[in-house]
Write a protein that binds this ligand. Structure first.
Ligand code: MG
Length: 247
């Protein structure tokens, strides 16, 4: 079966951590944490991503232990930008040039995710992530517990409550909370270019393992859109992924 779409997708949205950017933002907070905390937090993250621990439990424990300061979030945002996956910017621009709505749906922290969104030319109101609350001196108070995105199933809730006007929609991500959207969006594409998780692959009708984000394009474009992008001189780096024989 050819991977391409039959009808064009109106929207293509992305996860952030290990999808648009090669890092896990919360794990990068560890650079300010005492060494004793590091192994514990990394293991918690991996268990959440693999689906062996409930995300909500991991989320609370990680943030309470790390207690990030406001200014640390800006540093994480800059790191997201520095560690963008290959072709992330070109993929976003190419999808936008086709008139598609592009956004980010992330269980990460809102401030750094908005920084990477701004860099990619994604509007701030096209970003859903988890806000944090800080005291006046910049010290951590809590995360926004009213957000659905710190729990398993949270991305499905956001799709159903906020993104229903963007149909048909494709969603691209690497984690188990991303794969949960399969069946709730028109197409879920698993991205294994940073980390290929077997549990996600098992739930993904479409899964790519190339390092470049451009590998998802054949799965979210019609044949006509693919040909249009292949002929567009603005996106030379995408062309190898737009060949009719790819993947
Ligand atoms: Mg992710």
């Amino acid at each position: 079966m050819l991977p391409g779409a039959v009808t064009p997708f109106a929207a293509v949205w992305f996860d952030c951590d290990s999808t648009l950017s090669a890092i896990e933002g919360v794990d990068e907070l560890l650079q300010w944490a005492p060494p004793s905390l590091r192994a514990e937090i990394l293991q918690l993250t991996e268990q959440a991503m693999a689906g062996t621990l409930p995300l909500a439990e991991v989320y609370e424990r990680r943030l309470a232990r790390l207690a990030p300061r406001r200014e640390q979030l800006d540093a994480i945002g800059a790191l997201y930008v520095r560690r963008l996956v290959p072709d992330a910017l070109a993929v976003v621009q190419a999808l936008q040039s086709l008139g598609k709505d592009v956004g980010i749906l992330s269980g990460g922290l809102l401030v750094p995710v908005q920084i990477v969104a701004a860099h990619l030319g994604i509007l701030a109101d096209h970003v859903h992530a988890v806000p944090l609350h800080f005291a006046a001196d910049g010290s951590y108070l809590d995360f926004d517990r009213s957000s659905p995105l710190w729990r398993n199933g949270g991305k499905v809730v956001v799709v159903q409550q906020h993104l229903q006007h963007l149909r048909p929609m494709a969603f691209v991500g690497d984690g188990i909370t991303d794969a949960e959207t399969a069946g709730h969006v028109a197409r879920f594409v698993g991205f294994g270019g940073v980390v290929a998780r077997p549990a996600v692959r098992a739930r993904s009708e479409h899964f790519v393992t190339e390092a470049s984000l451009a590998a998802v394009l054949p799965h979210v474009l019609t044949d006509a859109e693919r040909r249009q992008l292949a002929a567009d001189p603005r996106f030379p780096t995408l062309r190898p992924f737009l060949d009719a024989r790819h993947p």
